[in-house]
Design a binder for this molecule. Structure first.
Ligand SMILES: [Zn+2]
Length: 151
């Protein structure tokens, strides 16, 4: 997991984006989002509150507060949870490649960048073992009759 996050952070650092703190939502920002949505006291700016109300909505399941992204109505995954959700989805699709894993993530979650999937799959042990032991080509080996008759 540490290797995943160090590679992921290296990637984020290379991005030329205006708001790197909104590229993925870290736990501290997530708590601020939750506070705004629950109308709790927060020292955040009016601009931040406006952004939160435009972008997210609160979903309460029992005593659990969840943040959904309004645009696609999907559960927001925090930066710290991305690794676990990517692993879950990758396993759920039977260790399939990047495209199927990404499709599963997009179906269920918001807040996970595509690159996180690529980084994880490149370091997935199961996939690496599979790659280094490719399934043998089926069919019988071709042995020349001429060669056998010379024995
Ligand atoms: Zn895998």
């Amino acid at each position: 997991m540490d290797i995943f996050y160090s590679k992921f952070q290296t990637y984020i650092d290379t991005l030329d984006i205006k708001k790197p703190n909104k590229y993925t939502i870290k736990n501290d920002i997530y708590l601020n989002i939750l506070n705004v949505l629950k109308a709790n006291y927060t020292d955040k700016s009016a601009k931040f509150k406006f952004w939160v109300r435009q972008t997210f909505r609160l979903v309460q399941i029992g005593s659990t507060d969840l943040v959904y992204v309004i645009k696609n109505d999907l559960l927001l995954v925090t930066h710290e949870q991305i690794y676990y959700r990517v692993v879950d989805c990758h396993v759920a699709v039977g260790q399939s490649g990047r495209d199927k894993t990404w499709a599963e993530i997009k179906r269920l979650y918001a807040g996970i960048p595509h690159q996180a999937v690529s980084i994880y799959i490149n370091m997935c042990d199961t996939c690496q073992i599979r790659r280094s032991f490719p399934t043998p080509i089926s069919g019988k080996p071709i042995v020349s009759i001429g060669f056998l008759t010379r024995l």
